[in-house]
Design a protein around this ligand. Structure first.
Ligand SMILES: Nc1ncnc2c1ncn2[C@@H]1O[C@H](COP(=O)(O)OP(=O)(O)OP(=O)(O)O)[C@@H](O)[C@H]1O
Length: 577
């Protein structure tokens, strides 16, 4: 049964391919002419053997050779041109889809990563690689195989039958090749992705692997995946190799068989020697595309798998519809009957959550581990879509804002801050290709990180690595806060912002929160530690995904104290330790 989502993705890919339809036609026409010109060799052979050698005419030989040189020149030119055109079709296809696929991979990975998002960029490349490969020309040449076979038939029907029979055997081999290698190739590709994933994970966590003496264990884990990759690749290569060798050997034999049969027909007086040679060459031409296609089958299969994966990816992550631009919102946040189900899960982790935050307020969101604080942060930043209810920013539901704009309006400091390879300035500017130095410094000042950054060896131009490199956990967190501030957001969502901060860092954070409030902005702080909620006016207490209390900080804290004995018995003082 056809999956409508995959069909939508396929249609999108087909549309991108259709944009080069004119060029495909040009290649098809060039291929027609190239294949006609392929007859030059056999015809020349025929003329030389049957005419020149018989008449011993040097003029004829010279004239024929001149014509042949010209025709070969033309053929070379057209062959070269069609390869260049296809290379451009491949590049155009990739350029047309690069951004779309990259966006889809990011969107899918941020929500629910799967196989299609893991291999999306590689899938696009495998299609592009096929489009620019000379082997693709074999598909354009194949339709002309019957023309050559017909030519052979004209020489003598028996030669024709032999060539057709040989071609049929090669085609059967192609089909067998396809059916027997499809699975091993797919398995080998999957195994490669898996082992690369494990290796990358170990390299990213190299510090932990080293510190905890996990080198041997991680090698073992990688080796298991690697062995599987090797085995699957071996199986795929064995299966493919067997068919390539069989095809090659069979074709060589066929060539000789053709000559043998031709010689027999010459001896029987039914064929001229020229036709014998020309027939053998023609058969070579007729079967070459089939052999080329078989030899490159793994590439075609990878491209076909890439096409299927990309269809799935683009189908599940459709193009965002354009939204009408809204005016800059006030920092009023309404969370109405919000129910959240994490992607790929069936159980809600937030249920019927209601609260309102007014401009200039800071709200502390507290609760035990797993209460749903980070889920709420992901909901407010628009990362996860609500399963029920709405989140409104100044009256408009979050999905009415363009996602890029929403990312500017809502600053987010995730629980685990990751920096990118680059300078501190580039990181604060969110990797913008046109960073604004003034905005970078303002954001760092607002995050109270300016002085800290100036003390670094190259100040704002200090290079940092994705793993944090020379920076401490607290420094990373403060740069993360400056990054959240860069776009001058109206709402700031801070998920455990002070987990790595020292006293000075915590005070700096509180100053930053106060400054946001004074500007009429809103701050939400998911917190475990009391120091983080110092500047909060309101407290929202979550328990098992539901609102246990919401109100002014003192009121909620008083309520918590009233329940103190109960909470103490549970062994966790209300999530605030
Ligand atoms: N990506 C996810 N996929 C599936 N379930 C998730 C995911 N993230 C969180 N959950 C589940 O949602 C529930 C709430 O988790 P959440 O991270 O929101 O809690 P939290 O209050 O932020 O906890 P902590 O204080 O430890 O950070 C947990 O039961 C967790 O298992």
């Amino acid at each position: 049964m056809k999956n409508p989502r995959t069909e939508a993705g396929k249609e999108e890919l087909r549309k991108a391919r259709r944009e080069s339809r004119g060029l495909f036609w040009a290649v098809a026409i060039f291929s027609f002419v190239v294949n006609i010109l392929m007859l030059t060799g056999p015809l020349y052979m025929l003329q030389v053997y049957d005419r020149v050698l018989g008449s011993r005419s040097l003029e004829t030989l010279f004239g024929l050779t001149l014509i042949v040189a010209f025709l070969y020149g033309m053929m070379g030119l057209l062959d070269f041109s069609r390869a260049r055109i296809m290379a451009r079709v491949g590049s155009r296809f990739q350029a047309r889809l690069d951004k779309r696929v990259f966006d889809a991979v990011i969107r899918k990975s941020a929500i629910a990563p799967d196989e299609s998002s893991a291999t999306g960029l590689r899938d696009l490349e495998s299609i592009q690689r096929m489009l620019i490969s000379p082997a693709l020309m074999s598909l354009f040449d194949m339709p002309w195989t019957p023309l050559f076979l017909f030519g052979i038939m004209l020489f003598h029907p028996w030669l024709g039958y032999l060539a057709i029979g040989g071609g049929a055997v090669l085609i059967v081999m192609t089909i067998l090749n396809q059916t027997t290698t499809r699975l091993p190739i797919a398995k080998a590709n999957m195994a490669t992705v898996q082992s690369e994933k494990i290796a990358n994970q170990m390299i990213n966590e190299a510090e932990m692997v080293q510190a905890m003496g996990m080198r041997d264990a991680s090698f073992h884990r990688w080796q298991v995946a690697r062995d599987r990759t090797l085995q699957e690749s071996l199986a795929a290569s064995d299966a493919g190799g067997l068919f390539s060798t069989l095809t090659k050997t069979f074709r060589l034999f066929l060539q000789s068989a053709m000559l043998g049969l031709g010689a027999y027909l010459v001896l029987a007086g039914e064929l001229s020697p020229g036709a014998m040679i020309a027939g053998s060459i023609l058969m070579g031409r007729a079967l070459a595309p089939i052999e080329l296609a078989i030899g490159n089958w793994p590439m075609f299969q990878r491209a076909a798998k890439g096409w299927a994966n990309l269809s799935e990816l683009l189908g599940t992550v459709p193009v965002e519809p354009p939204r009408t631009a809204l005016p800059a919102p006030k920092a009023k946040l309404d969370v109405q009957q919000l129910t959240m189900v994490p992607p790929g899960q069936s159980q809600a982790t937030l249920r019927m959550v209601n609260f309102t935050v007014q401009p200039g307020q800071a709200v502390g969101v507290i609760g035990t581990s797993g209460a749903g604080k980070s889920t709420l942060a992901r909901a407010i930043t628009g990362l996860w879509r609500p399963a029920g209810g709405k989140i409104r920013l100044d009256g408009a539901a979050l999905d009415q804002y363009e996602p890029g704009i929403l990312g500017q309006l809502i600053g987010y400091l995730p629980q685990r801050v990751e920096l990118f390879d680059g300078t501190i300035a580039e990181n604060i500017a969110r990797l913008s290709p046109n960073p604004d130095a003034e905005k970078i410094v303002t954001a760092a000042k607002r995050a109270d990180a300016h002085d800290m950054i100036l003390k670094m060896p190259d100040g704002y131009d200090t290079r940092v690595a994705a793993s944090g490199g020379r920076l401490s956990g607290g420094q990373i967190q403060r740069i993360g806060l400056a990054r959240a501030m860069y776009s001058d957001p109206v709402i700031l969502v801070l998920d455990e912002p002070n987990s790595n901060l020292d006293n000075e860092g915590s005070m700096a954070l509180n100053r930053a929160i106060k400054a946001m409030k004074d500007e009429g902005k809103t701050v939400l702080i998911m917190a475990h530690r009391p120091a983080a909620i110092q500047e909060c006016d309101m407290l929202l207490m979550l328990e098992a995904g539901q609102v246990r209390a919401f109100g002014p900080k003192e009121e909620v804290l008083k309520k918590m104290v009233q329940n103190h004995q109960q909470i103490a018995r549970d062994g966790n003082p209300g999530g605030v330790q």
